[in-house]
Write a new protein. Structure first.
Length: 164
């Protein structure tokens, strides 16, 4: 017969099972909460970072077409100055600078939509690098280049991760 004491009556070899079960249930609840969240992933990321005391990365997102000559990957002077300023700000941090292309614009005479998205993303990365960021700290990605992505047009998101 076991006394009515719950966990206190468990033998020394099986007490870990109760703690492990608690940990598993907490982890399951956390993952369900993440899965149920339908809002902005960047806001969720920022909230989780803030909860654990990590610095929140800065993120800048804009449509790509107004930054470039029509149908080209030649950056306009004002846009180049803007991204060079982001590069100067990021040069003082140790974190990565992530340049992400989302979607595509219609291709021009020289470049199709994929080549245009890639060339514009590289041009923005070069402008950030001209602000003093080491090119090894600039990370590029091109997402969503399929037919459905052309509906919204190309957008570029630059995230500056705060480093130590």
């Amino acid at each position: 017969m076991t006394p009515a004491g719950g966990a206190a009556s468990l033998s020394g070899g099986s007490r870990w099972a109760l703690s492990f079960a608690d940990l598993c249930l907490l982890l399951l609840g956390f993952l369900l909460l993440l899965q149920a969240h339908r809002g902005d992933p960047a806001a969720l990321n920022a909230g989780l970072r803030a909860a654990f005391g990590s610095p929140v990365p800065r993120s800048y997102e804009t449509a790509a077409a107004p930054l470039f000559e029509p149908g080209e990957a030649v950056m306009l002077p004002a846009a180049r100055a803007h991204y060079a300023a982001i590069g100067r700000e990021a040069a003082g941090h140790a974190g990565l600078v992530h340049v992400q292309s989302l979607g595509t614009d219609a291709g021009g005479l020289r470049l199709d939509s994929w080549e245009l998205a890639a060339a514009r993303t590289a041009a923005i990365a070069r402008a950030i690098g001209s602000g003093g960021v080491d090119p090894r700290r600039i990370d590029l990605s091109i997402d969503g280049t399929g037919p459905a992505a052309a509906v919204r047009g190309q957008h570029v998101r630059v995230t500056v991760a705060a480093g130590g």
